[in-house]
Design a protein around this ligand. Structure first.
Ligand code: ZN
Ligand code: ZN
Length: 246
């Protein structure tokens, strides 16, 4: 791995733009706003983004965001704290959030591959290639739509553990050209790509391809740990582990 990637990763690890609070049912109850901000300040981070799931249209995500923003302000944080959301692109042009909601979210992290959720759209052919093509089709509409600021945990098949014995076959089913083209489409539309440290550590072969291709095309990368516990608010140790294994 060259020094450029190493240095870039260390710089990016000053921020963590994928943190769930206890408003996400999957997150630990310790994930309160004051505890998250305290952990981020102790770690010396420069910015964090709170990104709770928006999985159902009847979930009032804007009310949650307003409440969380009030809690953030009361903490008087010494770092930048964005209160965004992990939005859901269930398939091509199929979004849980309305355009009106979308416009009011200050950091729009989009998940395109929560295939374990029973309401997520699935490809007709449930093969690794089928899931790769399904993600590409979703991204080709999402990236130029102006809806997204960043794509969460892109390309991998980790949420397909019930379907594939080896979930790395999904990321392996994308060609380098496809990854380069879709990451360029993101760059051209101002959409960043998440360095989801935990999932990349589970598939180092893909992590190498993803970072190399993204750096070649000048992708905007953002680090996110998908923190569900306070110990994952600081991304630096996980990023160092990633650097050591690349
Ligand atoms: Zn997610
Ligand atoms: Zn998440």
């Amino acid at each position: 791995m060259d020094n450029e990637i190493r240095n870039t990763l260390r710089q990016l690890a000053r921020c963590n733009r994928h943190i769930h609070t206890d408003k996400s049912v999957c997150a630990a109850r310790e994930m309160t706003v004051p505890a998250i901000i305290a952990a981020a300040e102790t770690a010396g981070l420069e910015c964090i983004a709170i990104t709770n799931h928006h999985h159902y249209p009847d979930h009032d995500i804007l009310a949650d965001i307003a409440e969380l923003k009030g809690q953030v302000e009361a903490c008087r944080p010494s770092l930048q704290v964005l209160v965004g959301a992990e939005l859901s692109a269930l398939g091509s042009g199929a979004y849980v959030d309305t355009e009106e909601i979308n416009r009011q979210v200050e950091f729009r992290l989009y998940a395109c591959n929560h295939y374990h959720a029973d309401f997520w759209q699935q490809p007709e052919v449930r093969s690794p290639r089928g899931y790769a093509e399904h993600q590409l089709a979703t991204l080709r509409l999402l990236l130029p739509s102006g809806r997204a600021d960043c794509i969460a945990h892109p390309f991998h098949g980790l949420y397909l553990a019930a379907v594939f014995e080896d979930t790395s076959t999904v990321a392996a089913a994308f060609t380098d050209d496809e990854l380069g083209d879709i990451m360029q489409l993101g760059r051209d539309n101002g959409v960043a790509w998440e360095i989801n440290v935990g999932s990349l550590l589970k598939d180092i072969t893909f992590a190498r391809r993803y970072l190399r291709i993204g750096m070649e095309i000048g992708a905007d990368f953002k680090v996110g740990t998908d923190a569900h516990h306070l110990i994952n608010v600081d991304p630096k140790d996980a990023v160092e582990e990633l650097i050591s294994r690349l």
